[in-house]
Design a protein around this ligand. Structure first.
Ligand SMILES: C[S@@+](CC[C@H](N)C(=O)[O-])C[C@H]1O[C@@H](n2cnc3c(N)ncnc32)[C@H](O)[C@@H]1O
Length: 233
């Protein structure tokens, strides 16, 4: 079976999407992740791990911390936490492996905009959560961005707004229950809000993995298993 490395894996939102197409996923995170959903977990620095082991994988996914660029945490406020920009360093490490790779991040991050995914593209999700993907050595066709079905439900400026989407961020009132967050994101293996909030919906990476399999790009060879699922070998 083919192997995918999920660098900066968190609890494994991205990992789970790759697992859904039958690949073995190794996750690396600097923090302990007892609820990580992948097949193997390595605690350590993701960039160092990519440099040492990246070439052993068929695809490397990287989600460097995005707080430095997230709209909710940037601004002119002094005294806010400063997060290092790991994106450029991650890209250099990925390129050096010679393997296909994906960098995922928030819309304000300094990455190439090869693909944008939005929760509205996936009927089973109830988040918008726009994310950009920079791709190395693979191509994924940009799906049409459908019109959002409405607004994100919640209180804004003291007023309640109804809408089909859940706000999976922050901690304030009107943000939805943990069960609603899980359902909205397609994440059922953790109930820690912090972990769900940092994740991407598995549907995003499943979409990427299936597109790669369909194209047979980068030398991937999909085969049919007895269960009818595609697997990389
Ligand atoms: C945005 S979260 C990733 C979420 C993940 N893509 C998901 O879908 O669940 C970024 C993660 O990077 C981890 N991290 C930060 N610096 C790191 C480093 N130098 N090496 C490995 N992991 C790191 C954080 O602990 C955090 O879990």
């Amino acid at each position: 079976m083919r192997r995918v490395l999920d660098a900066f894996c968190g609890v494994g939102g991205a990992t789970r999407g790759y697992q859904r197409v039958g690949v073995h996923v190794v996750g690396v995170d600097i923090r302990p992740m007892p609820r990580y959903c992948g097949d193997e977990f390595v605690r350590g620095d993701a960039i160092e791990y990519i440099a040492a082991h990246g070439h052993e994988f068929d695809l490397i996914h990287a989600s460097p911390p995005c707080q430095a660029f997230a709209t909710l945490t940037t601004g002119t406020n002094q005294g806010r936490r400063v997060y290092p920009d790991l994106i450029a360093e991650t890209r250099r490490a990925l390129e050096a492996t010679g393997r296909p790779w994906v960098i995922e991040n928030v819309p304000t991050a300094p990455i190439k905009r090869d693909l944008m995914l939005c929760g509205a593209m996936f009927p089973e999700l109830a988040v918008l959560r726009h994310r950009w993907f920079e791709l190395g050595g693979i191509r994924v066709e940009q799906p049409e961005h459908p019109q959002h079905r409405g607004r994100v439900a919640g209180y804004r400026h003291g007023e309640w707004h109804q809408g089909p989407y859940i706000a999976v961020y922050g901690k304030g009132g009107g943000k939805g229950s943990v069960a609603e967050w899980q359902q909205a994101m397609g994440i059922d293996w953790t109930s820690a809000r912090r972990e769900i909030r940092q994740a991407i919906p598995p549907a995003y990476t499943e979409f990427i993995a299936r597109a790669v399999l369909d194209q047979r790009s980068a030398g991937f060879t999909p085969v049919q298993t007895s269960g009818g699922e595609s697997r990389w070998r």
